[in-house]
Design a protein around this ligand. Structure first.
Ligand code: TXE
Length: 485
């Protein structure tokens, strides 16, 4: 018998109150490690979104809107501290809900705390400018919150994505309506409870779980929402942007990628290897910034493939609570998507260089897939072009630097890139030439990146999250020109 959850999962949080969805309908939440029903969540719909937007507007017009920047920051920092006291509990929830190994869930919880600390500390440090203007005038700018902001979050990194999005929005004085993913929303609900315990005014953060096409679509269409941030698939991102256009509101879209890691012959391979492996398998490859294409200079191609393969053969997959290298995929559907890519690799005759193993005692109902390294993949092949969102890493050979850049930039995406070289000039040339939002040189995603602006170009989306940049996205600049003679 599974342990009961620490709170009822079937409620929405609106205006500081937990209650059933307006329709009373619920959805089953599955445990990806064994396929069992873990809990029921609310099936929020347009009526709940309506109430949540009204509550958020009420908070802006009331207690939340009256706080100054330092007071908002203090509340966020208190939430960050509270999260730090519950890292293990949050990691446990994420393990049950997302199938994430405990150590990865802990890292996510610490990152959530860091976002809350960072944005709490930044809340009162966003300043405007005075502008030299005509004689007799004083001209200045300041940043104002948009108002009610809508946050649509996927299932792969709920804590981190909520931290970077809701944390920044609250710091700037917006009031939020959060729609977590129907596949995983326990840590979102837990954060709602933490926010209440820390004294966040009612209505500043409202949480409405539900289906994308119901609660999600209602949020994107709501005329009371003044900014939308969305992380998820390209197809849904386009729908979100189209809906936002109807109300002429700004959107931030983070839509994943096919991020390359470029390994030159002069690279320090000992340093690179752990990153090359981890960036492909973390969270079972269900990571927007997964380094899922490894591009290797031909002179060292065989050596790199062999060393990667050696590590891949040792990788172990199993239930999240067993805390192995990888847990299961999020759902049967995602398992089907990834399995089809593996079938395609075999049908295309691509060399499977190595695979990890699924633990013998992994429950048969879980959504497990072997981490797989596919070597010598043509750059134009679907496996090298499309986001697989599973632990499948392709290795592609390149000739010279120009070839590497051409291959790296040769997908519709542009989120992150990694460059491994000892040549500083080349590193700088590539950092300029790569079409993406973030470039890591001789590291990849190190440090979690709370402070580093993040977002993509092309099909990876637009707008920037993380770092100070997010605060600009969650505010509108107002210019004031005063004629005083
Ligand atoms: O995404 P969706 P899914 C990619 C990844 C994955 C694929 C499908 O390649 O295989 O997307 O995943 C909400 N209006 N990424 O189906 O549909 C939905 O409820 C408003 C990359 O999970 O984009 C959930 O909260 N909202 C990625 C969120 O959108 C809607 C993370 C994401 O769901 C909606 C996840 C609608 N019409 C998947 N339809 C990344 N960038 O990290 C759905 N939603």
């Amino acid at each position: 018998m599974a342990e009961p959850l620490p709170f009822p999962a079937h409620e929405v949080l609106i205006d500081g109150r937990w209650r059933d969805s307006a329709s009373g309908e619920r959805l089953p939440l599955l445990n990806p490690s064994d396929g069992s029903v873990l809990a029921e969540i609310a099936r929020g719909d347009a009526a709940d979104i309506d109430a949540a937007v009204a509550a958020a507007q009420g908070a802006l017009d009331g207690d939340w809107g009256r706080l100054n920047a330092a007071e908002r920051g203090r509340l966020l920092m208190a939430m960050g501290r509270a999260v730090l006291t519950q890292v293990d509990q949050l990691a446990h929830l994420e393990a049950l809900d997302v199938g994430k190994p405990l150590k990865q869930g802990r890292a996510d919880a610490v990152a959530l705390a860091r976002y809350l600390e960072f944005y709490g500390g930044a809340a009162d440090k966003v300043m405007g400018e005075t502008i030299p203007y005509l004689n007799g005038y004083t001209a200045l700018t300041w940043r104002e919150p948009h108002g009610v902001t809508g946050h649509i979050v996927p299932w792969n990194y709920p804590m981190q994505i909520i931290g970077r999005s809701v944390g920044a929005a609250l710091a700037m004085g917006n009031a939020c309506v959060l729609k977590p993913a129907e596949e995983a929303c326990l840590t979102a609900l837990a954060l709602g409870r933490i926010a209440q315990q820390c004294g966040l005014p009612a209505g500043a953060l409202n949480i409405v779980p539900g289906l994308g096409e119901e609660a999600g679509a209602a949020l994107t269409a709501h005329a009371g929402v003044k900014h939308l941030s969305f992380t998820g698939s390209v197809a849904t991102g386009r729908r979100v942007q189209a809906a936002a256009a109807q109300n002429t509101v700004p959107v931030t879209l983070e839509l994943g990628g096919k991020s390359p890691q470029l390994v030159f012959a002069d690279a320090d391979l000992d340093a690179a290897l752990p990153y090359l492996v981890n960036a492909g398998i973390q969270n079972a490859g269900q990571t927007c910034s997964a380094g899922s294409r490894i591009l290797v200079e031909r002179a060292r191609f065989d050596e790199v493939v062999e060393r990667l393969a050696h590590r891949y053969r040792t990788l172990r997959v199993g239930p999240a609570l067993a805390d192995l290298d990888l847990g299961p995929l999020i759902s049967k559907r995602q398992h089907g998507i990834v399995s089809r890519y593996l079938d395609l690799a075999r049908e295309s005759g691509l060399p499977i260089a190595a695979q990890g193993a699924i633990a013998a005692d992994a429950p048969p109902g879980g959504f497990y897939v072997q981490p797989t390294l596919v070597a010598g993949v043509p750059a134009a092949h679907a496996l090298a072009q499309e986001e697989i969102f599973g632990p499948v890493t392709v290795v592609i050979a390149f000739g010279d630097e120009a070839d590497a850049v051409r291959i790296a930039n040769g997908t519709p995406y542009g989120l992150v890139a990694g460059v491994w070289t000892r040549d500083g000039s080349r590193a700088l040339r590539l950092a300029r030439a790569l079409k993406c939002g973030q470039v890591f040189v001789n590291n990849y995603g190190a440090g979690g990146g709370v402070e580093l602006p993040f977002g993509g170009v092309g099909a990876s989306g637009h707008g920037r999250e993380k770092g100070f940049e997010a605060l600009y996205g969650f505010s509108a600049l107002k210019t004031v020109a005063i004629l005083h003679g």
